[in-house]
Design a protein around this ligand. Sequence first.
Ligand SMILES: Nc1ncnc2c1ncn2[C@@H]1O[C@H](COP(=O)(O)OP(=O)(O)OP(=O)(O)O)[C@@H](O)[C@H]1O
Ligand SMILES: [Mg+2]
Length: 338
Amino acid sequence: MGEQDEKKLLGVGLDVGTMNFVSARRGSDGNIVTSRIRDAFLDLPLEAKKMLKLSGADFVEREDDVLILGDKALETANVFGREARRPLQAGLISPSEIDSLEVLGLLVKSVLGSPLVSGEYCYFSVPAEPVDASDRDVVYHKGIFEKIISELGFTPVSSNEAMGIIYSETAQDGFSGIGISFGSGMTNVALAVNTIEGLSFSLSRGGDWIDSGAAKSIGTTQARICALKEKGIDLRNPLDRTEEAICFYYKALIEYALDQIAKRFIMIQNQFALPKPIPIIVSGGTSLPGSFVEFFISVFERKKKRFPIEISEIRHASQPMNAVANGMLVQAIQEYEE
Ligand SMILES: Nc1ncnc2c1ncn2[C@@H]1O[C@H](COP(=O)(O)OP(=O)(O)OP(=O)(O)O)[C@@H](O)[C@H]1O
Ligand SMILES: [Mg+2]
């Protein structure tokens, strides 16, 4: 590949999430290549090495322990009767996992790989300031990821998570719309007109909140609810009491997000003109159940009369698990455009 061709492929996007890290870059065939790892790990005593070797599991050996990264960590945790550790909680580095920063570096490396050229731009997602968790702060979180990504040889640039959805999904709307990322630890919202961010915030409720709420109300574990939910449910057709409980929490989460959008938009309304109706684009792992968009629309219909923003359409991101990473990539590529 010539120098000119290589330059065409520079720039990488990274979605840093509570449950998943996703990277996106351009492949030589013109396609976008994404890579995902579960944001989890398991640390085992050195003695476990033999058994891990036999089972063929990938692990990282450290001085005092061995680490298993990603989805395999969850499976192996079950075998050992343990729970996998999660370095992030509600979108940000977990205060109880500060000592797992080295592990975060390994997880990021596994999806980013090495830069194509030294100092290649990597745009990575950070949540907006949480409006309902004043004790959480994004400054430390952002600083740590800047450090991790630059130690891998990239030039890191942080960017708002939900704006990623605007960049990847609203070219057809002149980069105007409301992007909502329904994740695991958070729900992130951004409103933009012609790429200009007018409003963004995050809520510390997402898939984990649905799982724990539904679990408490019917007396089971959060992990069980999560597994059942991910196996595939239809929000408009719950099959039993458990699925019904999950649907109640879904409805509450969507109502909460819409109420917060309305409330926060009213606060900035005077400084920000919306020339025409804009779309809402829903994305993220929590938007994957069957009928999610229809369910969202039915919740919205009830609020529409008093909603302060004119909405043209409500639609799903084309790839709900990759939209944020793709949007980060769109911005990274801009660094190389003349
Ligand atoms: N098929 C599915 N149905 C319902 N929920 C799902 C499905 N698959 C994954 N999820 C849920 O999606 C969430 C993970 O989504 P996502 O990868 O977008 O989050 P994240 O970006 O890691 O988190 P955050 O943005 O909150 O930091 C989890 O709560 C998971 O249980
Ligand atoms: Mg996310």
